[in-house]
Design a protein around this ligand. Structure first.
Ligand SMILES: Cc1cc2nc3c(=O)[nH]c(=O)nc-3n(C[C@H](O)[C@H](O)[C@H](O)COP(=O)(O)OP(=O)(O)OC[C@H]3O[C@@H](n4cnc5c(N)ncnc54)[C@H](O)[C@@H]3O)c2cc1C
Length: 652
């Protein structure tokens, strides 16, 4: 049974995955092997090989094999048992940055602006590619070239960018308002495509694709032909929901009710801040359980958890139904998540590159090491082929050393008076040391207590509380999107499926790169999964989700992807065995920075110092950046925190 279903799904078909074991190339030789698999006598500069080109790898990417094992053995206390004595590289830098994400790259950029372009800087990152979450996925599908985003998707934030973050965006030549020049915004609408909901057999009793009545769940599901009432009517006629559930949904949308009569708006908000949206729906609005299941996964893209762990006050901010009758004052309530606060100016602030914010990382790398990314304009970075051999080259004052996990960061002497900090890092099976006048830890905060033992206990505790949100960002390269066209769909919300969101790639063409415009052409289908465990506190959900992502094989994920696409798009003629050309799963067990949540973080409601303020305090010659330092999972925050950290180490 399993075998025949596997054949239908195309598990036997040759896709690029066949060349990989969980994302590890076995055909291209040592150049692409993770360092820990290299024999001791293999060359220790895989990045110098002409074959070294991580963006074109498919299979398991993101936290790929070879990137996390060292950090996990540090966590488990076993790393130093077999590490051997570190070898001194003899290198001394002005600055060592741990973490080659946007925060680390921005920190190096700011440092050079303040100290001078000759400043010697070493950036260490444990992955085989730079950019942190801002990763580029490349695909060749027959003769077509397609780009996908492996993580950070766009320049956006509910809060408008700070002057500092805007300054970096401007310096990189990114003219945010010019986005409309590059995107074919009406392409999908003009072909009759729109956002739909996939009801699955296991959760709702039938597999069915139904119109999405909400403005949530699509990149832009504003419907120009049907008003909201007509959409809701169509949805209610088609959805495989219990009759009572349908009546309840209509009631939520069309019969406003004041569930808390006698309370002021502030009192109502205070109540909503302390109850989940799932409880609001069940216990306050008294809706049928099908409605709770329907909305369960809707907040996944923002929070990585479902409505059981999102405050009703935040759900009100997102415009989820049920709140109209409460007549709440529109000003944000205490303890609201920043994502839930509407901000008109920020809504205008959007720019999506075909490879997401990997283009920002690449533009920053071009500023730091011009030889590594050829070209000189924002548009030409899209097709520029990075030269990985130049990232760590003696001819440049700035070095980006990939496949290198920092394992120990310590002042040489007392933190208050030391002149240098020593950084030990593991790379290609060996441990090395280098020295620097200053260090910026732009890496994930949960890692810092294991690598920087000298920090005060209170600070280590605050750092450890920054539990990242586990996510999968999956890119499926398909040979055409005629099934999407036949079914009239460009994005799918699938509350009961493995990936809860599926989108056709945004149609953006920049700098010679051409997106797919005709349904007969290859395209990237983006799928998103939040690994969560509904019913538990958010941090606990993240911890369990992280274990799930690290322990699920690529084969299992591939089977789920093929099955989901077959069930969703099969009625439109999609055949996974025939139509899927390649799959890249960007696995991020340490994904979004943890954002404070009024359900679980009492300090967020009550005020006072937040853990991220304690966590990011400078210590001697060490400063701390990363989006975690602002408890806010956005590119602008990664830049803001880099700016603060550089300010701390450069103020005389
Ligand atoms: C799937 C996903 C989608 C996102 N989408 C968006 C979006 O659309 N828009 C947006 O603004 N933001 C988005 N974000 C948030 C994103 O995290 C930030 O925008 C930003 O890219 C974070 O940059 P950073 O440098 O702070 O962290 P990271 O990008 O995480 O970089 C930190 C780097 O440090 C490395 N590191 C950790 N420990 C060590 C060590 N011991 N030694 C060496 N290196 C180490 C990490 O592996 C990582 O490469 C998204 C995040 C994820 C996960």
């Amino acid at each position: 049974m399993h075998d025949s279903r596997d054949r239908e799904l195309g598990m036997h078909r040759k896709i690029t995955r066949r060349d990989f074991i969980n994302g590890v190339a076995v055909t291209t030789g040592a150049a692409m092997m993770p360092w820990h698999l290299l024999a001791a006598d293999e060359p220790t500069f895989p990045e110098k090989s002409p074959n070294y080109y991580p963006p074109s790898l498919t299979g398991m990417r993101g936290s790929h094999p070879g990137s996390f094992e060292t950090a996990h053995s540090l966590r488990d206390g076993t790393f130093w048992d077999s590490a051997g004595k570190p070898q001194d590289t003899g290198e001394t830098y002005d600055l060592i940055v741990v973490g080659g994400g946007i925060s680390g790259l921005a920190a190096a950029h700011f440092y050079r602006k303040i100290v001078g372009a000759k400043a010697r800087i070493l950036i260490l990152d444990n992955h085989d590619d730079f950019g942190g979450h801002a990763k580029r996925n490349e695909f060749r599908i027959d003769s077509a070239f397609r780009l996908g985003f492996g993580g950070t998707f766009s320049i956006e934030s509910p809060a408008p960018y700070s002057a500092v973050a805007k300054g970096v965006i401007d310096e990189l030549g990114i003219d945010v308002p010019s986005y409309s020049k590059y995107t074919d915004q009406n392409l999908y609408r003009s072909l009759g495509l729109r956002s739909r909901i996939f009801f699955d057999q296991e959760t709702f009793g039938a597999d069915k694709l139904v119109i999405n009545p909400s403005h949530r769940g699509g990149y832009d599901s504003e419907d120009v032909t049907q008003g909201p009432a007509a959409l809701l009517k169509q949805f209610l006629a088609d959805a495989p929901l219990a009759d009572r559930a349908k009546r309840d949904l209509q009631r939520l949308y069309e019969e406003p009710n004041d569930y808390f009569p006698g309370l002021t708006s502030d009192q109502k908000k205070a109540k909503l801040a302390r109850m989940s949206y799932a409880s609001f729906l069940k216990d306050v609005a008294g809706v049928h359980e099908d409605i709770v299941k329907l909305y369960q996964a809707m907040p996944h893209p923002l929070f990585g958890v479902g409505i059981d762990a999102v405050a009703a006050q935040d759900a009100w901010g997102f415009d989820l139904p049920g709140f109209d009758g409460l007549k709440l004052d529109p000003t944000p309530g205490k303890g609201m998540n920043r994502d839930a606060i509407a901000n008109e100016e920020a809504e205008k602030y959007f720019f999506h590159f075909p490879d997401g914010n990997a283009s920002i990382a690449r533009l920053l790398v071009r500023k730091l090491i011009p030889d590594a990314i050829p070209g000189n304009s924002m548009p030409d970075v899209i097709l520029a082929k990075a030269n990985y051999g130049k990232l760590d080259d003696s001819s440049s004052p700035v070095h980006i050393r990939l496949n290198s996990t920092a394992v120990r960061v310590k002042h040489l002497g007392d933190a208050a008076t030391a002149k240098d900090v020593e950084v030990s890092y593991a790379r290609c099976g060996k441990v090395y040391t280098a020295k620097a006048r200053n260090v910026i830890l732009a890496c994930w905060h949960v890692v810092i207590p294991y690598i920087c033992e000298e920090l005060p206990d209170k600070q280590k505790e605050a750092l450890a509380s920054a539990q990242k949100v586990p996510l999968l960002y999956t890119n499926v390269a398909v040979r055409n999107w005629t099934s999407f066209q036949k079914l009239g769909v460009d994005s799918v919300y699938a509350p009961g499926m493995y990936h809860t969101y599926v989108h056709l790639d945004l149609p953006v063409s920049i700098g010679g790169y051409q997106c797919s415009r005709k349904p007969e052409e290859p395209i990237i289908v983006h799928m998103m999964k939040a690994a969560c465990r509904p019913g538990r506190p958010a941090r606990e959900q993240h911890r369990l989700g992280r274990i799930e992502l690290f322990s699920t094989t690529f084969e299992t994920m591939e089977r789920k992807i093929r099955d989901q696409l077959a069930r969703t798009l099969g009625p439109g003629g999609f055949d996974p065995a025939r139509d899927i050309a390649a799959i890249t799963v960007n696995r991020w067990p340490h994904g979004y920075a943890y954002e404070y949540n009024s359900l679980f973080d009492s300090f967020w409601l009550e005020g006072g110092e937040t853990p991220c303020e304690v966590a990011r305090k400078p210590y001697g010659r060490i400063a701390i950046a990363n989006a975690d330092a602002g408890a806010y999972a956005y590119t602008d925050e990664a830049i803001n925190q880099a700016w603060r950290a550089v300010g701390e180490i450069t103020k005389a």
